[in-house]
Design a protein around this ligand. Structure first.
Ligand code: ADP
Ligand code: MG
Length: 270
């Protein structure tokens, strides 16, 4: 059989287009047979892995992509880097534990949740990102269409489920009970990363019911890492910086204008 058709039959889709360059590389580096075989299979494997990451990343529906490396820990000293480093090792996902990120707006809760989601995707896990609002909408619609069970089942598949922005909107009793059903389904089976701008003592208010809040917190916190961020908004910092830049810019422009006017008095009149 021909090499080309063998690769086609074995679905070596990533090696096939690169086989000439792999052969060339092997000859150039004077590889032995084992080294050559390793290189060829590695080429195929790398392509498959990348494709898998891309497809899981698309399925995760992240609103934007940010990594841990892009997080400036020096700006947020209340976050223990060691805890984040430990979480990025993904033992929490293997053990179906939860991560709860608390703090005021702009301190990087969504950024860190996305960064952990990206890590999980790279490690081969299925991930799904939803805002609390869209989760509740999904569950409510599913219930009204008599397919709540199926929807709950689907929401147990992702190894990591990110639920962003708990507490921005109040929930009705029914919303809270739908949320509790989801938690119970995933409990000790798969991880949830949840972000909230409300402290635990205010969760009763979110769910409009202290008993429900306690039951929810009980499930969520049983196996969990809580990162409570106390600090300034990174967004505001960026705005402030931009404001300063604007001022500098205007000053520079004014100086520039002055110079031109000095050179060309006609322009100064305009
Ligand atoms: P939150 O979810 O807590 O409201 P975000 O995670 O959405 O905040 O952060 C707001 C913006 O600021 C995002 O673009 C995020 O990437 C960025 N950001 C926040 N904190 C940091 C940080 N410590 N280092 C780098 N970027 C940050
Ligand atoms: Mg956020």
């Amino acid at each position: 059989m021909q090499l080309g058709s063998l690769m086609e039959k074995m679905k070596m889709d990533h090696l096939a287009p690169q086989v000439d360059s792999v052969l060339e590389q092997a000859a150039k580096k004077d590889m032995n047979l084992r080294e050559f075989l390793t290189l060829a299979l590695e080429t195929e494997w790398r392509g498959r892995h990348l494709k898998g990451v891309e497809s899981r990343l698309a399925q995760a529906r992240l609103p934007w992509v940010k990594t841990i490396d892009q997080f400036d820990f020096s700006f947020q000293p209340s976050i223990d880097r060691k805890v984040v480093r430990e979480l990025s090792g993904l033992a929490f996902a293997e053990r179906a534990e939860n991560v709860i990120l608390l703090g005021p707006p702009g301190v990087g809760k969504t950024h860190l949740s996305i960064a952990l989601a990206v890590k999980a995707v790279e490690a081969g896990h299925r991930v799904l990102f939803l805002t609390l609002e869209s989760l509740i909408m999904r569950l409510t619609r599913a219930r009204s269409e008599n397919r709540l069970e199926r929807q709950l089942q689907q929401l147990t598949y992702p190894k990591v489920l990110v639920l962003d922005e708990m507490g921005y909107l109040p929930m009705s009793r029914e919303d809270a009970s739908l949320f509790f059903r989801l938690l119970s389904r995933r409990y000790e089976k798969a991880s949830i990363i949840i972000t909230s701008n409300k402290s635990f003592s205010d969760w009763g208010e979110i769910f409009g019911d202290q008993v429900m809040a306690t039951a929810i917190l009980d499930r969520l916190l049983h196996h969990s890492t809580v990162i409570s961020i106390k600090g300034d908004s990174y967004r505001l910092r960026e705005k402030k910086k931009a404001g300063m830049l604007e001022k500098q810019q205007t000053r520079k422009e004014a100086a520039e204008k002055e110079k031109t006017e000095q050179k060309d008095p006609e322009l100064a009149k305009s």
